[in-house]
Design a protein around this ligand. Structure first.
Ligand SMILES: Cc1ncc(COP(=O)(O)O)c(C=O)c1O
Length: 386
């Protein structure tokens, strides 16, 4: 007998199926460089956020193994109980120093950092102004905070100014939320102008630079990619992309970090990240800091791809090929896969309705030959003018 929940689950899935939006994770094994193995086939992947290939770097792996041997596999408790191990303290210090902040607070994931940080800063009497295309975790942090949430048009300073002008007088605090490098579009936020605008309205700025750390500003990310380093109020990031590990963080002033440790629920009520993940991130951060030239490689590969396909100069290492309908994006992704190339189709709700796409992500693991292979396939499939 089918239970009521099973029936509802099936109805919901049938609805997703009708709209070509069903998803299921496929077992994918890293197979060296930018290659993966899936269902017995080797595929050249352009769908990884391991932007610098550090997940397999010998020093990063050795650090993780060493931490397991010394401290065991798990942190064993939340940070405020006994989970704050020596490596966590070191990583916080190193992250803060590298990003030019007074302090940092480690979370279990970048998602958790956004969930906890935003609600620790603003509440019901306050207003949040969020870029329409901000990541789901930023949106969820905003909604959870209880503050009034208002979306401004993507990277549109005029729209933001209009909303700040209308709303700022009626609320206690105001917080502007954006990304350094937009995860699904690859474009970049005009951070200096945005910070100036926010300051004019006595609003704070939180930037989530999940995709900028290690790939812009000589590795230090989007706040270091403009004429002068920017000191924004809150800087959220992840250990899981260019740093090749797992975990997240928020950086800012000493007072902000102390507040997060007391008020960010996803920090307080969740087990601290495992020593191995923290050690791996520490080793990766050292590589990023020691080799600033590495940060430019993913973007250079994206530029080669754009040149070979006649696409406009990309703003970052993430290049979206917007297809439109979800089923069309799936079909193109399948055609590429038949040629041995993996570019996962990104569909709503990860991107707005009608903008399903191939999100091509370039990394330091790609060779110029790899990029050429993708460019030829994209041209032959008619996705760009030949
Ligand atoms: C902009 C942005 N913020 C946060 C996250 C979440 O970070 P994590 O994977 O560490 O949870 C992601 C992607 O995963 C992201 O793209």
């Amino acid at each position: 007998m089918q239970t009521a929940l099973e029936r509802v689950a099936q109805q919901k899935l049938a609805d997703l199926e009708r709209r070509h939006l069903v998803r299921a994770p496929l077992v994918t094994a890293p197979a060296g460089g930018a290659w993966v193995e899936r269902e017995g086939r080797r595929l050249l992947s352009f769908s990884s956020n391991d932007y610098l290939g550090l997940t397999r770097h010998p020093a990063v792996r050795a650090a993780a193994i060493g931490a397991i041997e010394r401290y065991g596999t798990g942190a064993g408790a939340s940070p405020l109980v006994t989970g704050y191990h020596p490596l966590a303290e070191r990583l916080e210090l190193e992250l803060a120093r590298f990003l030019g902040c007074e302090g940092a607070c480690l979370f279990g994931a970048g998602y958790l950092a956004n969930l906890g940080t935003i609600g620790a800063i603003v509440a019901g009497e306050d207003a949040i102004f969020i870029d329409r295309l901000a990541h789901a975790s930023i949106w969820n942090g905003a909604r959870l905070s209880g503050a009034h949430v208002e979306a401004f048009e993507h990277n549109d300073l005029e729209d933001l100014a209009l909303r700040l002008r209308e709303r700022r007088g009626g609320v206690r605090y105001a917080l502007v939320l954006t990304e350094g490098v937009f995860s699904m579009d690859g474009d970049i936020a005009p951070l200096p102008e945005l910070a100036e605008l926010a300051a004019r309205y006595d609003a704070w700025v939180l930037v989530d630079d999940a995709h900028g750390l290690g790939t812009r500003g000589g590795g230090a990310g989007s706040t270091h990619a403009f004429a002068a380093p920017l000191a924004l109020d809150v800087h959220v990031g992840t250990l899981s992309k260019a740093l090749g590990s797992y975990g997240g963080f928020a950086c800012g002033s000493r007072a902000l970090v102390a507040l997060l440790r007391n008020r960010a629920r996803s920090f307080i009520y969740s087990t601290a990240p495992p020593p191995s993940a923290v050690a791996a991130a520490l080793a990766a951060l050292q590589i990023v800091a020691d080799q600033p030239e590495l940060a430019g490689v993913p973007h250079a590969r994206a530029r080669s791809f754009a040149r070979a396909t006649g696409l406009p100069e990309p703003a970052s290492h993430i290049v979206p090929l917007v297809i439109g309908a979800a089923d069309a994006a799936l079909a193109v992704s399948a055609q590429l896969e038949a040629r041995g190339i993996l570019v996962t189709a990104i569909r709503p709700p990860s991107v707005p309705e009608g903008t399903a796409r191939l999100r091509c992500s370039f990394t330091a693991s790609h060779t110029e030959d790899d990029v050429a292979l993708l460019a030829v396939a994209i041209r032959e499939l008619g996705l760009v003018a030949r």
